[in-house]
Design a protein around this ligand. Structure first.
Ligand code: ADP
Length: 354
């Protein structure tokens, strides 16, 4: 592992901002620290960067403890939301900034700046002023500036936080492609799960100063470890349940819920009391053979392009947000849907949110 933190504890005043955080980042990996505002993401990044003098625990880089290495000797690159390009310098001078500080020879700086402009998809932009750039272009200049001094690790703290969603979605792809293209190990902080899904090789979900789950975007989305994790992924169909004793020899576990019995394909270690998570994409139109048929009243439909997000109210009063093929259900009549057993997840209620 290129970077490791061991049991980092950091407090401001009484409440610890980090409560024993251990993580490991492999060479070339992009890790996203994801979590709600105030959960400690920036503090952790600052500890790794060397910007926090007081903390307990150890940070290792390439096997060596670096807790006493000053910021500028770590050789890490940083990119923050207020990326603070120098407004009165042109694009080339902005990208050259770190290289000048390191007193590289001029021809080498020029070569490197041209290389970075190309990498950022901005060839020929060297002489432009910062004011002539769009928000997205500024962002890519900021990235080029962070990358120019060949950092050993790149840290990005909400780098796209100030941009609108459409631009952000495009830039997350650009950022990932550029960073993966040079194989740079990176830690990316965001509170936006969509951004994290697009950028990360691995997501570390944080809650109140701790890492609560770590996995690929698909793993974290498909198998959130806790109710908190599920809700944070935008998965809100959470139905109280308990393991049915009439499960018999069925391969799937049968969970009793207010929606009726639900078959769950992988319910390893299901507790007597549990919560069944129904992701919106678990729904499909019921056929005569479907397991897990749920009927309810269609109370809302939102067109989302490739699918409709519908809200169905079951007789028990439970409302489910589900995705169905666009136009597949209409009106306000009763709808019959089936919930795929392989998409349902059983969670432990004790791991509920605060
Ligand atoms: P995040 O980046 O996830 O939004 P932060 O790491 O910025 O969270 O903050 C974690 C906690 O530490 C929050 O409760 C925040 O209020 C507190 N905190 C952060 N920086 C300071 C500071 N300089 N002084 C006092 N409290 C701070």
């Amino acid at each position: 592992m290129l970077l490791e933190t061991h049991q980092i504890v950091k407090g401001y005043g009484r409440e610890p901002a980090l409560r024993g955080v251990s993580l490991a980042v492999a060479e070339g990996e992009i890790v996203c620290l994801l979590g709600p505002s105030g959960c400690g993401k920036s503090t952790l990044l600052r500890v790794i960067a060397g910007l926090e003098p007081d903390y307990i625990g150890t940070v290792r880089f390439a096997g060596q403890p670096i807790d006493r290495v000053p910021v500028h000797q770590r050789g890490f690159g940083l990119m923050f939301q207020d990326f603070a390009l120098l407004p009165h310098r042109n694009v080339g001078e902005n990208i050259a900034f770190g290289l000048r500080m390191q007193r590289h020879p001029r021809p080498e700086i020029e070569r490197r700046v041209a290389e970075m402009l190309k990498l950022a998809g901005l060839p020929g932009y060297g002489q432009r002023t910062i004011f002539e750039l769009s928000g997205g272009e500024r962002q890519r200049v900021a990235l080029a500036r962070s990358l120019a001094p060949r950092p050993r690790l790149l840290m990005l703290d909400e780098p796209l936080g100030a941009l609108d969603r459409t631009l952000r979605e495009r830039l997350t792809d650009d950022l990932r492609r550029i960073i993966k293209g040079i194989g740079l190990t990176s830690i990316y902080v965001t509170h936006d799960q969509v951004e994290a899904f697009a950028v990360a090789d691995r997501i570390m979900l944080m809650d109140r100063g701790q890492i609560v789950q770590s996995g690929t975007p698909l793993e974290v989305y498909r198998h959130p470890a806790t109710v908190f994790a599920a809700r944070f992924m935008g998965l809100n169909n959470l139905v109280p349940a308990h393991v049915s004793h009439s499960a018999g020899q069925a391969r799937a576990t049968l969970m009793e819920t207010a929606l009726g019995p639900l078959e769950v394909a992988h319910a390893n270690g299901a507790h007597a009391d549990a919560i069944v998570l129904i992701p919106p994409e678990a729904a499909e139109l019921a056929t005569p053979d479907s397991p897990n048929v749920v009927t309810g009243q269609l109370i809302r439909t939102t067109f989302r392009g490739s699918a409709d997000r519908i809200v169905v109210r079951h007789a028990s009063g439970i409302e489910l947000e589900l995705d169905v093929e666009a136009g597949a259900v209409t009106g306000t009549e009763q709808v019959r849907l089936a919930l795929r057993p392989d998409r349902l997840v059983v969670l432990h209620p004790k791991q509920a949110e605060p």
